[in-house]
Design a protein around this ligand. Structure first.
Ligand SMILES: NC(=O)c1ccc[n+]([C@@H]2O[C@H](COP(=O)([O-])OP(=O)(O)OC[C@H]3O[C@@H](n4cnc5c(N)ncnc54)[C@H](O)[C@@H]3O)[C@@H](O)[C@H]2O)c1
Length: 383
């Protein structure tokens, strides 16, 4: 299939999706719609989850204070995405709230009494955390505790789905035996042929301050499940991606890489010969899993959620993919020093998710996802 064909397919899918959402305008949402509270609703995952649940008839309450622009500067601004939700989701309620504000979080959840909570708000960057340790921990760990406790007091039956990260495993995956292939690293031990499973140790390794604050949140989410018998789960994300990411150098690798390519900017590769491997999952597939969990929740669960081996690529391989869609050569520089604690090779073992939710699977290939990202940046950069 030609690159353009995939882009057109992606566009028609999105139009169909928007049309589906638009038909809901005729429904009186105040009557029977279930209420979903989404934190970080203007971000990549929060916005996709909001649109997805809205298309299933939910009324959506989003919390976001555009903190991404504070963390990463104007390039991280997510107001455009907030506007998109306001126009595409009938009756969308935006709450300009900081999840660190405990009093306000307790009051808002008590007022909404949501039927489900999807928690995606975070300081999401491994590298940024060291410069802003208080903001990082207060957002990722304390903000999560605020939401969990508010949920326990008001709506303990509501599924609480938390976006965790593969950085909770620290740099421990780097100590597995690896083999160097022409364009990527891979696991040499057949025990990891399917990727990293959920029982991989999170202990005694280097996490970065971000990884540590996310461990605190992850363990707390599990604890509210086990201790209070609440339907919680942690989704330990690989690379979550898609056309609606505000990719910056410090977060959102595929989105940022595609943006650099289209703007003829130099992309910086940090160590590992550019052969470091990430597994990439489209935000729609993330939303579909969250919906599956919402419909059949379990208590205190943990899943590794990424693209799996089939949707993995190294940075060098990502260059080739983006070039194929943009038709432009990738400009990049290389420095020997890797990012502290960066994974050399990481892909998620998806077998537990698929065993618990057999109807769920990855629907978007890496190629299709990259095509959509390039197409979206082309549109956003034209404006
Ligand atoms: N994108 C990835 O590759 C990836 C990988 C693994 C895990 N995750 C996790 O998934 C979640 C979502 O990631 P994303 O890529 O959508 O991030 P994102 O930065 O695109 O979205 C997060 C949103 O949360 C908002 N936010 C941040 N702090 C806030 C606060 N204190 N109060 C209210 N809103 C706040 C931001 O403004 C932003 O719009 C995060 O928990 C992240 O750690 C992401």
């Amino acid at each position: 299939m030609k690159p353009g064909a995939i882009c057109n397919l992606a566009l028609s899918n999105r139009l169909a999706y928007s049309a589906k959402v638009a038909t809901l305008e005729k429904i009186d949402m105040s009557k029977a719609a279930k209420r979903l509270l989404v934190t970080g609703s203007s971000g990549l995952i929060g916005s996709e989850v909001s649109l997805f649940f809205s298309s299933q008839g939910f009324s959506i309450h989003g919390i976001d204070n555009n903190q991404r622009a504070v963390f990463f500067g104007p390039a991280g601004d997510t107001r455009w995405n907030q506007k998109r939700l306001t126009t595409q989701i009938p009756g969308f309620s935006h709450h300009e709230l900081d999840i660190r504000d405990r009093k306000e979080v307790l009051a808002l959840i008590d007022e909404i009494k949501p039927d489900g909570i999807v928690h995606t708000a975070a300081q999401p960057s491994h590298d940024r955390a060291a410069a802003i340790p208080f903001d990082d921990f207060d957002t990722n760990a304390v903000g999560t505790l605020n939401l969990l406790e508010a949920a326990r007091r008001t709506c303990p039956e509501a599924p609480f789905i938390h976006m965790s990260t593969n950085k909770v495993y620290g740099d421990r995956p780097n100590f597995l035996p690896l083999q160097e292939l022409e364009t990527r690293w891979d696991y040499a031990d057949p025990a990891y042929a399917h990727g990293i499973p959920e029982d991989f140790s999170i202990d005694q390794s280097k996490h970065s301050l971000f990884g540590a604050s996310k461990v605190a949140a992850d363990v707390m989410v599990q604890e509210y499940g086990r201790y209070f018998n609440m339907p919680t789960c942690c989704l330990r994300g690989g690379c979550l991606t898609g056309p609606n990411h505000s990719g910056v150098e410090l977060h959102g690798f595929l989105s940022f890489l595609a943006k650099c390519n289209l703007e003829d900017r130099e992309y910086r590769v940090f160590g590992y010969k550019g052969k470091q491997v990430r597994d990439n999952i489209h935000s729609e597939d993330v939303s579909r899993f969250i919906f599956a969990f919402f419909q059949a929740p379990r208590v205190g669960e943990v899943y590794n959620l990424g693209g799996g081996k089939a949707n993995s690529c190294s940075i060098l391989e990502a260059f080739q993919l983006v070039e194929k869609f943009s038709g432009k050569p990738m400009r990049y520089s290389y420095q020997d020093e890797n990012r502290i604690g960066d994974h050399i090779c990481y892909y998620s073992d998806l077998r537990k998710m698929k065993a618990h939710y057999p109807a769920w699977d990855i629907t978007k290939s890496l190629e299709q996802t990259v095509g959509e990202i390039v197409e979206a940046w082309n549109r956003r950069l034209e404006k």
